[in-house]
Design a protein. Structure first.
Ligand SMILES: Nc1ncnc2c1ncn2[C@@H]1O[C@H](COP(=O)(O)OP(=O)(O)O)[C@@H](O)[C@H]1O
Ligand SMILES: [Mg+2]
Length: 500
């Protein structure tokens, strides 16, 4: 068993007071359920629960050391005489430092690239990782869809993992020979110090739109959270900053950024931009104009927003030492990003696309992308979607309207109804569809809805299966059942779908 001396684990951690013995610990955990014999348990106050409540449970499971951000927690924990107890001012920040020490600083052996912004983080991170891997570099990826460590793939519970889990992933990667890590950095993560102590070599800013305002309160707070990655307030500023010049906040960051290397990008302006853009159903082609020359880029990704993602990833890859030709061949190597306008092709004469758009804005945008494909050949857009239960109800009619206005046909179904009656959710979507010219079919069973949407399609049409994207489950009541839009669409297209 890997054990580390408590004094080593505490290196660089500012603590208020401590009590109890000095000993060795066999793990650093913030989730009491994962505490094992010999663990150090970090108890901090989160948004909904207070980890300090779980100190007795952690001790019962064998915790040897408790780090707490509460003086009451400290006093309670010192009742266990054989347990080391340390009080810190900020639990999450301490967790990052403790875990980095415990996992023996894998972050110092990786060149880190971070992607932040409202939209495009997952895609840009996937693209950058693909470019680096295509040149034979061994990588770690942390983001919404999945985590990668030196070729192994893990499911992703959070876009940006808690610091401890990120450092464990880095350790896995470094043990497997990784030299690079690419990660999505959500604004929650910045706010919660999940990336505290990490030194980013490259930081990318995509854009900032009104999203997550429920959490951050105002655009100013939201921007302030994102800005931390660039201005050096959470650690040294990144060596290279990659900023979207077409976004007003990106332009503001140009002034704040303290980086040695600064690349801007934009559709038509910036150090990296696109020339002679051509979009086809099978992908896009353009000339990437860079400070190091021009290079033709062909990609299977499609849609205008992906030009931005390619430019951002390309600029970051150059900052990481690739040539423009290597950027182009890396871009061509990525077939798709799971659930991001992902085509399901079984040789049929119409397109089936899975995308995880699940807000009215995202739906409107993605349907417009779909429309651009079918227009030339006179095809139609058939959109299947649903609205989640136990979540924001105001968006239901808005999503109905977005789908109805953009599509020729709509199949209205379920998308994680959770504790609500699927038909009641559908009833709240329908008013938005009224008054649009789309033909509407209601089928609450999502599997049947996929089959129905595909059955409507004629040559040159596009069937958009929206809402789930890469997700692999459907939550009905309290049950989480396996569900995969891509797999079901494939079964339907191959004629294997039985009507149950
Ligand atoms: N650069 C971009 N600018 C604006 N919208 C984008 C961009 N990239 C992707 N999108 C849209 O946002 C959705 C989410 O993309 P994704 O790459 O998963 O971003 P994130 O990880 O930031 O949520 C996509 O389905 C697409 O419709
Ligand atoms: Mg993401």
């Amino acid at each position: 068993m890997h054990t580390v001396d408590l004094e080593v684990v505490l290196r660089g951690v500012d603590f208020i007071r401590r009590a109890g013995p000095s000993l060795a610990v066999s793990g650093v955990e913030y989730d009491s359920r994962r505490v094992r014999d010999g663990s150090l348990f970090v108890a901090f106050r989160g948004g909904t629960t207070d980890g300090n409540r779980f100190i007795p449970q952690a001790v019962a499971q064998g915790a040897r050391a408790i780090v707490t951000d509460s003086s009451a927690g400290f006093d309670a924990a010192t009742a266990y005489s054989e347990v080391a107890v340390i009080e810190v001012a900020h639990g999450r920040r301490a967790l990052a430092a403790l875990a980095a020490n415990f996992f023996e600083h894998p972050e110092a052996q990786l060149k880190l690239s971070g992607v932040t912004g409202t939209n495009g983080k997952t895609t840009t991170a996937f693209l950058l990782e693909a470019m680096l891997r295509h040149q034979g570099r061994t990588t770690v990826l942390a983001g919404t869809i999945e985590y990668h460590a030196a070729g192994r793939v893990f499911p992703a519970p959070h876009t940006t993992p808690e610091s401890r889990d990120l450092l464990e992933l880095f350790r896995e990667g470094v043990n497997g020979g990784a030299t690079e890590a690419v990660m999505e950095v959500s604004s929650h993560a910045l706010d919660q110090q999940r990336v505290s102590g990490l030194h980013f070599d490259v930081a990318i800013f995509t854009n900032l739109t009104r999203d997550h305002l429920d959490y951050h309160g105002s655009m100013e707070n939201y921007f302030a959270a994102k800005r931390k990655l660039f201005d050096g307030s959470t650690g040294p500023p990144p060596r290279a900053a990659i900023l979207n010049r077409d976004d007003p906040y990106g332009a503001m960051l140009e002034e704040a950024a303290g980086s040695e290397l600064l690349y801007t990008y934009g559709l038509e302006q910036g150090d990296f931009h696109a020339d002679s853009l051509r979009m086809e159903p099978s992908g896009m082609h353009f000339i990437m104009v860079t400070p190091h020359g021009k290079v033709p880029v062909s990609t299977r990704l499609t849609g205008g927003v992906n030009v931005y993602n390619l430019l951002a990833a390309g600029a970051a890859a150059i900052a990481r030492g690739l040539t423009i030709e290597q950027v182009a061949s890396g871009a061509a190597s990525l077939d798709y990003v799971p659930g991001r306008f992902q085509a399901v092709d079984c040789g049929q004469n119409f397109a089936v696309v899975v995308d995880y758009a699940h807000t009215d804005d995202a739906l409107r945008n993605i349907i417009a992308v779909a429309r651009a494909f079918v227009t030339e050949k006179g095809g139609r857009v058939i959109t299947m979607f649903g609205c989640g239960g136990d979540r924001d109800r105001t968006k239901r009619p808005l999503m109905g309207r977005a789908a109805g206005e953009g599509s020729d046909g709509v199949v209205l179904t379920s998308d994680n109804p959770r504790g609500e009656d699927p038909l009641a959710i559908i009833d709240e979507v329908l008013p938005g569809l009224r008054g649009t010219s789309a033909m509407v079919i209601v089928e609450p069973d999502r599997r049947r809805a996929i089959a129905l949407a595909i059955a409507q399609a004629r040559q040159n049409d596009l069937v958009l299966l929206a809402g789930k994207g890469h997700e692999k489950t459907q939550t009905i009541g309290r049950q989480v059942i396996p569900f995969d839009d891509v797999a079901i669409a494939r079964q339907v297209l191959q004629g294997g779908e039985k009507n149950e």
